[in-house]
Design a protein around this ligand. Structure first.
Ligand SMILES: O=C(O)C(=O)CO
Length: 436
């Protein structure tokens, strides 16, 4: 997800069957536990004698204090004067006022180490960005996604935005494994049939469906469940996250056939190491995929990629997973495709109107567990069963390890830029004005 969505390049006609496959597991992608390159980034040199009275550069730290990397933070806070606005000051009105008053001085960096806090001031749009002092050089933040900041405008102001996709990729790819499997094995049905009647009994006192739904799911789920092996996994977006998903499912344990679409085709060496076949358009990828996984950044204009038009191209009865951003999917169009059987199952970690979840999709997640107690009715349609949709609460990237990486990477990005080195994970360099 770190790569920006660029201009599409035309590709050749994909021939999936003839794609050379690697016989050994694909190589692991860079992980973020302090790597050699990160730990060797020098801090700014100590002030010279004639500069000794000058203040250290100021970093505006938004959100919670750091939690996991005290050693790096010691270096960081020696190199910079770290100012952390209070919770009240992070409210948008107060935050704007403080920026207007230059309350935090001429800070050179913005540091948001967590993704659960530090976003209280809302979207970093023209209104906020225009209030920043011209001294700001870098904005380093937690999160693979960066749809909450106008990175184009930041770039045009000369501010490098660094995300932390590298730190979240492993967790998101692991979660995607559960979601892809769910679409092949209907985990919400299995879980709901085992547990939901007991919740209903507790709330309504009726035990009409207890046991019946268990038996129905036990006997009927088999007919609509499949092993992922030899099915085509279509990755929409082939950045860090897409590549890590490919590494998991393309290896012999799962044995899926990996296909991808991205606006920029990846080098042949990468494609062949991951056994991935490139498709030159979203439509062609959807038509070839048994399970499509969305793992690309939100569109800069906030518009969906998975629209009713795009869904006309899906392979009948295929599956769909979203671990990217809810804004990329027209959820009503997806619900239509699930209702008419174009899509047989879906798993969504992210939602268009978080924290709200689409009510039609919720109904398909757990509702009507008793609709398939009748075998005759079930035989008429193999997609009209409950639990076809797995819905989670934007949890894919949420692990302690991700947060350790968010903190570390954000500090290292700021130290790098401030020390005159290249940023480690910039996402908007293409918007920065050339100075020479
Ligand atoms: O890091 C992010 O932006 C995520 O949403 C992880 O799921």
């Amino acid at each position: 997800m770190a790569e920006p969505f660029n201009t599409p390049i035309p590709g050749s006609t994909p021939v999936l069957a003839s794609t050379p496959r690697s016989s050994s597991p694909a190589p692991l992608l860079p992980s973020l536990t302090p790597t050699a390159s990160m730990s060797t980034i020098p801090l700014r040199p100590p002030p010279q004698k004639d500069q000794s009275e000058r203040r250290r550069p100021i970093v505006l730290h938004i959100g919670d204090p750091i939690k996991y990397n005290p050693a790096t933070y010691t270096e960081f806070s020696q190199a910079f004067e770290v100012i952390r606005p209070s919770t009240a000051e992070r409210d948008r009105g107060e935050f704007k006022k403080a920026l207007q008053e230059r309350r935090w001085g001429d800070f050179s960096a913005i540091f948001r180490p967590f993704w659960g806090t530090g976003g209280e001031m809302g979207r970093w749009d023209a209104e906020l960005i225009s209030l920043l002092p011209s001294s700001v050089e870098v904005f380093a933040s937690a999160g693979a996604g960066f749809d909450w900041a106008d990175t184009k405008l930041l770039g045009e102001r000369g501010i490098i935005y660094c995300n932390s996709g590298l730190a979240a990729a492993e967790a998101v790819a692991d979660f995607a494994v559960a979601m892809v499997i769910s679409t092949f094995r209907h985990l919400p049905w299995c879980m709901g049939a085992a547990t939901l009647p007991y919740f209903l009994k507790a709330s309504s006192g009726s035990d009409a469906t207890t046991g019946k739904t268990f038996q129905a799911c036990h006997s009927l789920a088999t007919a609509v469940s499949h092993n992922p092996r030899n099915h085509v996994l279509g990755l929409i977006g082939f950045g860090n996250i897409g590549q890590q998903i490919a590494a998991r499912f393309g290896n012999p344990s799962f044995g899926m056939r990996i296909a991808y679409y991205d606006v920029v085709r990846k080098p042949a060496s990468l494609e062949s190491s991951l056994g991935a076949t490139y498709y030159p358009s979203l439509e062609l990828l959807l038509a070839a995929s048994d399970c499509a996984v969305l793992c690309t950044p939100a569109s800069p204009d906030g518009k969906p990629l998975i629209t009713s038009d795009a869904l006309k191209h899906v392979k009948k009865g295929s599956r769909f997973v979203n671990v990217a951003r809810g804004s990329l999917v027209d959820e009503e169009a997806l619900a239509d495709a699930l209702e008419d059987g174009r899509i047989s199952a879906a798993a969504l970690d992210v939602h268009a109107e978080e924290p709200k979840v689409n009510s039609r999709l919720v109904k398909m997640a757990f509702g009507e567990q008793d609709v398939v107690t009748d075998h005759t009715q079930h035989a008429k349609s193999n997609f009209n069963h409950p639990g076809r949709v797995m819905l989670t609460c934007h949890n894919a990237g949420g692990t302690v390890e991700t947060h350790i990486g968010f903190e570390e990477l954000s500090m290292r990005n700021i130290m790098a830029v401030s020390g005159g080195k290249e940023a480690i994970t910039p996402v908007n360099l293409h918007y920065l004005k050339k100075t020479e």
